[in-house]
Design a protein around this ligand. Sequence first.
Ligand code: FMN
Length: 503
Amino acid sequence: MARLAVDLPWIAKYVNTGIVIILLLFGYLGTIISSNFHIGTAIFLFLFLMNFYYRHIQTKHALLRNFGIIAQARYMIESVGPELRQYLYANDVEEKPFSRAERAEVYRKAKNIDSSEAFGSLLNFDDEEIKLRHSMYPIDKKDMEKYSLTFGEERDIKNKYTITKPFIASAMSFGALGQNAVRAISRGVKAAGIPMNTGEGGYPKYHLMEGSDLIFQIGTAKFGVRNPDGSLNGDKLRNLSKLPQIKMIEIKFSQGAKPGKGGLLPKEKITEEIADLRHVPMGQDVISPPHHIECTNPKNTVEFIKRVQDFSDLPVGIKMCVGSELEFRTLIKEMKKQKIFPDYISIDGAEGGTGAAPKSFMDNVGVPLFRALPLVQKILVEERVRNKLKLLCAGKLISPGKQITAMALGADAVYTARGFLLSLGCIQALQCNKNTCPVGITTHNPRFQKGLIISDKAVKVTNYVNNLEHDFYELLASTGSKNVKELTPDKVYIPKNAPCVEK
Ligand SMILES: Cc1cc2nc3c(=O)[nH]c(=O)nc-3n(C[C@H](O)[C@H](O)[C@H](O)COP(=O)(O)O)c2cc1C
């Protein structure tokens, strides 16, 4: 039986002739019947010229040269492909980086609406997913112990900092985010009673505005605390650390989405204000160096941590994505040797988010969180230094199940960045690097920012945290743990085929 198939080369060949015929027809009708037909003449004249240009003049695109406006139609359909897949074709659990089901969980928490569902889970139970092990004897609500974690207690410093919920809004700079988003998160987390990390964007003008507790991040470019040669300016750090809202300092060594690369803020997002805050020129990408100028080996890296502790007089953490296991262990040994420890280490999984990163790094570099975290925990225990510092982590931990799993695998508290973006109404348009975020979060374009009403979104951020906390205690109780200290790795079911956990 003959197969019915669309013969595109044949269609392309006759499109030009077809356009000419219709063009002449409209021209003729426009002349003898009504000049209204010349609207058609104009349209088909335009199509004819476009097709002619594509096929006979331009030389850059082979597809356009061979197929003319038919290829143009293909480009147009391809450009709306992500939206079509997201809205029409992708099922609830297959989108990346977050499926619709995962995003919906955050949206519901942010809107404070019932998160119960019917009939059964949409997730896989195919022996690949990590699950929590419940106890036959869950803890009663009244017997649960309140969470509390104090940074800086190991060094017994004056300015210790205590959090009473195990979540922190992860680093996102003003620059990557627009000012409305920064302010909404800051106002929301303040009401929820948790801190936020400023990201590496320099003086945290908008983070400070709403009064939340802040962790000031020093990125490799040291925006805000930098000497002209890129080294740390101790006086600037000392002054900044005196601001009452700044509770801790974080030295960023690397970030999961681009470890070994340093930061990137595309030129499209550099406003005069950002250029001013970061002391960078307008009109070109801002690229932070891949490492701190002071840190080229374990010895000077640990010395640098000590300098930041001394200048700031605050708890100081370090953020990194794990690469080489040996390098990590050597760093810990050096800390032991110098008797200097950061107040926390935060492990960023390779699956972490970013405002902008080269795809080759995003897709290929770094160890994923649920493999890195148990490894780090193991090394800290083996080196007998687990009691010297706190362990934090991030990497798609936007919902309570994943957060509790991370805590069972060793984390004392969890960071999330994209959880907070989703709570602000992020629709995963994947345009954070283009200044065109349609919901006004990762953009400085006033046209898009005006959609983000700070007072409304701040409430959503607060709801998100409060509902995370509610579920956190419920899940914790179900594992038979009264507090996070009782939440040990044996409370996690790691199936044989789990793709990414140290077994
Ligand atoms: C828009 C955006 C901006 C970010 N900016 C920073 C930054 O300035 N410094 C940093 O260390 N990490 C930055 N990150 C990474 C996050 O802090 C976090 O480590 C990572 O996204 C993993 O958390 P998540 O999976 O919950 O998003 C950024 C992430 C996003 C999505």
